[in-house]
Write a protein that binds this ligand. Sequence first.
Ligand SMILES: [Fe+2]
Length: 306
Amino acid sequence: MTKLTQSSEIEAFLDQIAGVGKAGEQRVKTIVHKIVADLFETIDQFDVTDDEFWHALNFVIAGAPELGLWAAGLGLERFLDLRADLKDQAVGFVEGTPRTIEGPLYVAGAPLEKGTARLDDGNEPGEVLIMQGRVRDTRGNAIAGAIVDVWHANTKGNYSYFDKTLPDYNLRRRIETDANGHYIFRSIVPSGYAVPSGSNIEKLLTALGRHGNRPAHIHFFISAPGYRHLTTQINIEGDPYLHDDFAYATKDALIPPVIRHTKTAAINPLGLNETYSEIVFDFVLNPADVAAEENESSRARALADA
Ligand SMILES: [Fe+2]
């Protein structure tokens, strides 16, 4: 370590880099100053060689399309949630359904259905899943007209839109709750999945002695006028990675029991002549203080052509 970063020369250089004393955006200047100073210090502290630096930059450039996975795997999405959870606790918002990460595989504009929907296209292999429940407020009142925007992987761990062999919006729907705040959908039980084989995020995780697996889960955006937007997931219990998620999204309150119905009379009311799984889960929304809280974050998201 040269201690160069503690020199007045480097401090003046950092001010130049961050445009101190010039026009521009103060918050950008302050944060860029901090990030670059931290990188300088890291390079100095660990005596990073030129080759190591350029290898790292090349690695990030090549991994750019995967950066959404990097945000999950390096715990940044989880960290944002932890901060939001602390802020909620400070104002007494402890009763709503817990948030957890969105991940990079949402596609906007899924078909909108009223009350009930079928997510699979009928050709998707897998055990039938029926999931239902209510969207309600923290006092137990039904929220009619809430939107349950749901998306999940198939049994290969693949998502429609990103896997072009699948129909766009397969295993993706928006369901508007009925007058009782109820929603119900039919789909198939998803499988877990891993970061892409050969990807840079996989190489990084391997270098860290980690894996890139996620347990089986189902993603949700829950929204309604006057309530805070909820981004969350539920996990499928029993998955070997349930508490070993590379994206750190598992929360105990988001692991509902899976009820397995075998070929008994219980099948008949739904007309299913096969074994199926059922999950009953209510989503509880906190009130919004300002309209902006009703919306999802400004993260860039895909929109299918279909
Ligand atoms: Fe996912």
